[in-house]
Design a protein around this ligand. Structure first.
Ligand SMILES: *[C@@H]1O[C@H](CO)[C@@H](O)[C@H](O)[C@H]1NC(C)=O
Ligand SMILES: *[C@@H]1O[C@H](CO)[C@@H](O)[C@H](O)[C@H]1NC(C)=O
Ligand SMILES: *[C@@H]1O[C@H](CO)[C@@H](O)[C@H](O)[C@H]1NC(C)=O
Ligand SMILES: *[C@@H]1O[C@H](CO)[C@@H](O)[C@H](O)[C@H]1NC(C)=O
Ligand SMILES: *[C@@H]1O[C@H](CO)[C@@H](O)[C@H](O)[C@H]1NC(C)=O
Ligand SMILES: *[C@@H]1O[C@H](CO)[C@@H](O)[C@H](O)[C@H]1NC(C)=O
Ligand SMILES: *[C@@H]1O[C@H](CO)[C@@H](O)[C@H](O)[C@H]1NC(C)=O
Ligand SMILES: *[C@@H]1O[C@H](CO)[C@@H](O)[C@H](O)[C@H]1NC(C)=O
Ligand SMILES: *[C@@H]1O[C@H](CO)[C@@H](O)[C@H](O)[C@H]1NC(C)=O
Ligand SMILES: *[C@@H]1O[C@H](CO)[C@@H](O)[C@H](O)[C@H]1NC(C)=O
Ligand SMILES: *[C@@H]1O[C@H](CO)[C@@H](O)[C@H](O)[C@H]1NC(C)=O
Ligand SMILES: *[C@@H]1O[C@H](CO)[C@@H](O)[C@H](O)[C@H]1NC(C)=O
Length: 425
């Protein structure tokens, strides 16, 4: 495995030798020496490449960038259709020229339709492994992130699903790990609790996965959204302090669940969100009697606010289903829409609270009745501290282009203990 030193991102070797922050320790062992390189990653989406170009990426602040998405084809292959295939060679060249590892994520919410079939038999596993190895060779990738949403569970609505998905996934990953070059990075983006087995329950032992994956990216976002019955935090830091209805996932409980199942903390990267979800909320529900915002108010489920310029009034998904807007606001979108000032603070005339348990900020425009739970510099700072305090491997942000002038990226890097990039050589 590569260290910060070989990545060339480190300011001072002395800081590396003494600082606990630039390496993560496996808390499950007693050895203070079992340290690994930390990860500062983000997904780069091919379909936003015209707005957020390769030149817009702060390459010097990342260790890994993950091009998204290659989608699964039912022919045991992958496709970059819709993700600007022409840009991928330039992405790889630019990343590697900046000493950043160039990865591609396979799957995603819309791209997981054929994982199940492609892993259903030993022949299909072999063919799928060969296709992905060929794909990685063709583009000179440093690694692949598998983002199957989700084995053993229906995701978008038209995925193939089998009770044996998770077992087959392990067989696939073992075959892929055995076939790929030893230093090739293999990761998986995973839900806040371990995947389900054939009995429909979360696996209680994922150590065989830990043996073949470099790490997992825990997708601690979309925990609450307008598919729920009340507003709630998009990406809670904590939910063990929330009431039972609200306690459906957080960084704290996800790391606890994955480590309890045998994924060492130093093989967990915390997925963090540069965006929030919006809801129409009546002022009577939104505002408590003291004028503060409620964190879990009822909302108008029959209408969804349009999000920022990356949202559409109607969207057609890969299953052919037409839906309304997603209501997603990226950090820059909240600034564009007048919720936030350019420095990320709440604008005048906008209600703002931080939900204490989840450490999540909310903004509310009483006139438009739009409420958004999102992430800002303080909440990213809290997540960075959580990473440092729990020997978590680092962070991966969905998505690189959601930030505004690195407000979020700088906050989490600093709190997690990454060296100040301005002093890097
Ligand atoms: C940790 O590293 C130090 C210095 O290299 C060495 O002396 C010590 O034996 C190591 N401890 C363990 C538990 O590996
Ligand atoms: C990307 O960079 C261009 C040129 O510097 C700049 O005009 C634009 O605002 C940047 N876009 C984003 C999303 O940061
Ligand atoms: C790419 O995707 C679009 C829409 O999802 C589809 O209509 C088109 O046929 C696809 N093209 C290829 C070459 O797969
Ligand atoms: C195996 O893959 C082939 C195409 O590559 C597909 O037609 C077949 O359905 C797959 N097998 C299973 C059991 O899903
Ligand atoms: C996968 O698709 C690519 C691009 O269409 C093609 O070049 C390659 O031969 C396919 N691989 C396999 C194993 O079918
Ligand atoms: C799942 O695997 C078991 C054991 O290999 C097998 O008996 C069963 O038929 C498989 N189920 C499906 C849906 O493929
Ligand atoms: C379900 O099966 C998995 C193994 O696939 C096991 O880890 C877990 O404990 C089982 N859960 C229950 C409730 O039986
Ligand atoms: C988890 O699985 C691994 C590999 O199969 C095994 O060695 C280990 O004993 C299991 N751990 C527990 C707690 O069952
Ligand atoms: C999460 O909440 C629990 C219960 O209130 C508390 O003990 C713990 O310190 C919190 N953790 C973080 C990281 O906020
Ligand atoms: C938990 O929170 C939900 C959402 O705000 C609320 O509807 C419910 O009444 C709360 N339950 C308890 C026991 O406080
Ligand atoms: C949104 O609309 C734009 C422009 O009409 C289109 O290019 C894009 O594919 C749409 N996005 C989705 C998710 O449908
Ligand atoms: C709140 O929403 C109203 C109606 O859309 C808009 O005119 C106003 O500018 C917004 N307020 C702020 C502070 O952005």
């Amino acid at each position: 495995m590569l260290s910060f030193l070989s990545l060339g991102l480190l300011a001072l070797p002395a800081a590396h030798a003494t600082g606990s922050h630039f390496t993560a320790r496996d808390a499950s062992t007693d050895s203070a020496n079992s340290t690994v390189d930390m990860v500062a990653a983000a997904w780069y989406t091919g379909w936003h490449s015209e707005d957020f170009t390769l030149n817009n990426v702060s390459w010097d602040k990342y260790t890994h960038l993950i091009y998204s998405f290659a989608t699964t084809l039912p022919t045991a292959n992958v496709s970059l259709n819709g993700s600007d295939a022409e840009l991928l060679p330039q992405f790889v060249y630019t990343a590697q020229g900046n000493d950043v590892k160039a990865m591609v994520s396979i799957g995603g919410w819309g791209g997981s339709t054929a994982f199940s079939e492609n892993m259903a038999t030993q022949d299909n596993i072999t063919n799928f492994v060969e296709a992905i190895v060929g794909f990685a060779d063709q583009y000179g990738l440093d690694g692949i992130d598998f983002d199957w949403e989700y084995p053993g569970k229906q995701g978008i609505g038209c995925n193939a699903v089998s009770e044996n998905d998770t077992a087959n996934y392990l067989a696939f990953l073992q075959a892929f790990r055995a076939r790929a070059a030893p230093n090739f990075i293999v990761t998986a983006s995973v839900p806040v609790t371990p995947w389900v087995g054939a009995n429909g329950s979360s696996l209680s032992n994922v150590s065989d996965f830990a043996a073949v994956l470099d790490w997992v990216n825990v997708m601690n976002y979309d925990v609450h959204g307008s598919w729920d019955t009340t507003v709630g935090p998009n990406a809670p830091l904590n939910d063990t302090c929330a009431n039972a209805t609200a306690a459906v996932g957080s960084a704290v409980s996800a790391v606890a669940a994955w480590t309890a199942a045998g994924m060492p903390a130093h093989q967990i990267v915390l997925g963090v969100a540069g965006y929030g979800h919006s809801y129409f909320v009546d002022p009577v529900a939104a505002l408590a009697t003291d004028g503060a915002l409620n964190a879990y108010p009822a909302f108008n489920a029959s209408e969804q606010p349009l999000g920022d310029a990356w949202d559409n009034a109607t969207n057609t998904d890969v299953c052919g289903v037409v839906t309304g807007p997603s209501g997603v606001f990226d950090l820059w979108g909240l600034i564009d829409a007048g919720f936030l000032n350019a420095n990320g603070s709440a604008a005048d005339g906008i209600h703002y609270i931080v939900d204490g348990c989840s450490q999540t900020p909310y903004v509310y425009n009483e006139t438009s009745q739009v409420m958004v739970s999102f992430d800002d510099a303080p909440s990213f700072g809290a997540k960075g501290s959580f990473i440092a305090d729990n020997n978590v491997r680092g962070f991966a942000m969905w998505e690189a282009g959601s930030d505004y002038e690195d407000i979020l990226l700088d906050a989490i890097r600093s709190a997690a203990g990454f060296p100040d990039e301005s002093s890097e050589c």
